[in-house]
Design a protein around this ligand. Structure first.
Ligand code: TGC
Ligand code: FAD
Length: 390
């Protein structure tokens, strides 16, 4: 029998010792402190906020940013953190992704020195929670068509419009908001604090996916944002898309964690459950499903290691990230579906993690660019023709 069915190709021989320490530390934390909270949180549709100080103590917020209270971990260690967090739940990884890859990264990449010093250490310590507002009710896949407007006024800007589907929105102290300059039509980035007049949020309830994650609408009604809170280097749509690259990279790693958890559960279950007087795992059809899972997980793990290598070399392109996000989300969704099947009726009950992962992965395959949007992004880079629009 395989000595480590979760690392069939023994890829961990390629990791540095310090990366393995990071992985194992986060894995222990997840098993001891995160997983025990999930069944209740998922049933009640609440985020387990008590974990936020622990995320900070464990350096999980902005862990690949250098300086400003962040540890500056390499791309493999960062990816392994995402993988281990998502083995628990995509909503747990989402919380850390939004805080680190979308909010902190936006400030780190496009903010002034004052903004970095003011916000990054507090965000790293979990003293402030952030959210990232790009999507609107009528603009998801096509962010160039957002309507949220920013009009220059004395000493600042006036924001009007609505954002929808915003992770952490209602619990955020600080929102990175993308709005169109009403004179130039350029998309610009703003930092909106929760007590700014004219800014409000509303919680979106009734999700059957990512239930432990807070999802909200953001509303701006003549909301005044002082000049000190415009991100000076975030001056176009490509600035927002630059943040998405960071988050999509983390998702490519994260969903492999979900797939690993589903596959491990199915493998163990098939080893003890009997049907027609034999263990499920002794049947060829069940083995075929388990082999398909380990085959796809192993290929996704290899892909992640390679994009980490490219990211460290600073040659990783958006289209390569699209390929990895698209492939690994689909792979995780298919793995979760096969794992659910192996558990029969037990596959739909929350005593096991599979159905929760399966439902979560429907969101993860959609947010940060749907599967088809990434397919089209890769298609454009292959052919030179964009097939997004007329
Ligand atoms: P397009 O003409 O392709 O691009 C406009 C400009 O941006 C550049 N660019 C990028 N730059 C950096 N990174 C990328 N990934 C980039 N993609 C494009 C591009 O070179 C161009 O630059 P320039 O200098 O020529 O102006 O723009 P388009 O309007 O045709 O749209 C392209 C498309 C569809 C790929 C893009 O807009 C897209 O990615 N759509 C998907 C939207 C999306 O992913 N939204 C995510 C919202 S945030 C979220 O979901 C958080 S979930 C959080 C959680 O809980 O984890
Ligand atoms: P649409 O753009 O309406 O797409 C619907 C369908 O049409 C999809 O299948 C899509 O692939 C297809 N489609 C669209 N355009 C084309 C085309 N040109 N060619 C072919 N097919 C096309 N956004 C944020 O800004 N911040 C967040 O924190 C955030 N968190 C989220 C959390 C959750 C739980 C969810 C579900 C979403 C979140 N989002 C967030 C929004 C997410 O990024 C969008 O839902 C996503 O980009 C897709 O947009 P849409 O839902 O409007 O779908």
């Amino acid at each position: 029998m395989s000595s480590n069915p979760l690392d069939f190709l023994n890829l961990q021989d390629l990791f540095k010792t310090e990366d393995l320490i990071v992985r194992d530390t986060v894995s222990d934390f997840v098993k001891r402190e995160v997983i025990p909270l999930l069944q209740k949180a998922h049933r009640e549709e609440v985020f387990p906020k008590e974990l936020i100080p622990r995320f900070a103590e464990m350096n999980l917020l902005g862990s690949n940013i250098k300086g400003y209270g962040c540890p500056g971990l390499n791309s493999v260690a960062y990816g392994l953190i995402m993988q281990e967090l998502e083995r628990a739940d995509s909503g747990i990884r989402s919380f850390c992704s939004v805080q680190g890859a979308l909010v902190m990264w936006a400030i780190f990449s496009y903010g002034s020195e004052e903004q970095k010093k003011q916000f990054l250490p507090e965000l790293a310590k979990g003293k402030k929670i952030g959210c990232f507002g790009l999507t609107e009710p009528d603009a998801g896949s096509d962010p160039a068509s957002i309507k949220c407007s920013a009009k220059k006024t004395k000493g600042g800007w006036i924001l009007n419009g609505n954002k929808m589907w915003i992770t952490n929105g209602s619990i955020a102290d600080l929102a990175v908001v993308w709005a169109k300059n009403s004179e130039t039509n350029n998309i610009q980035g703003f930092l909106v604090e929760k007590d700014f007049k004219g800014f409000s949020t509303s919680l979106m309830k009734g999700k059957f996916s990512l239930r432990i994650s807070v999802t909200s609408e953001l509303h701006f009604q003549d909301c005044f944002v002082p000049d000190s809170h415009i991100l000076p280097e975030a001056t176009a749509l490509k600035s927002a898309l630059g943040c998405l690259n960071q988050a999509r990279y983390g998702i490519a790693w994260g969903v492999v964690g979900s797939a690993m958890q589903c596959y491990q559960t199915a493998l163990e279950y098939a080893g003890v459950r009997t049907s027609f007087n034999k263990h499920l795992s002794s049947y060829q059809l069940v083995q075929a499903k388990l082999v398909k899972m380990v085959q796809e997980i192993s290929l996704a793990q290899l892909l992640n290691l390679h994009i980490a290598f490219l990211k460290e070399k600073e040659t990783l392109t958006p289209e390569q990230i699209s390929l990895a996000k698209m492939n690994n989300c689909k792979m995780a969704l298919q793995t979760a579906r096969q794992a659910r099947d192996i558990l029969g009726a037990n596959g739909i009950i929350d005593e096991y993690p599979i159905i929760r992962h399966l439902l979560n992965l429907e969101t993860v395959n959609t947010y940060e660019g749907t599967e088809d949007i990434h397919r089209l992004a890769v298609g454009r880079s292959l052919t030179g023709f964009q097939a997004f629009k007329a």
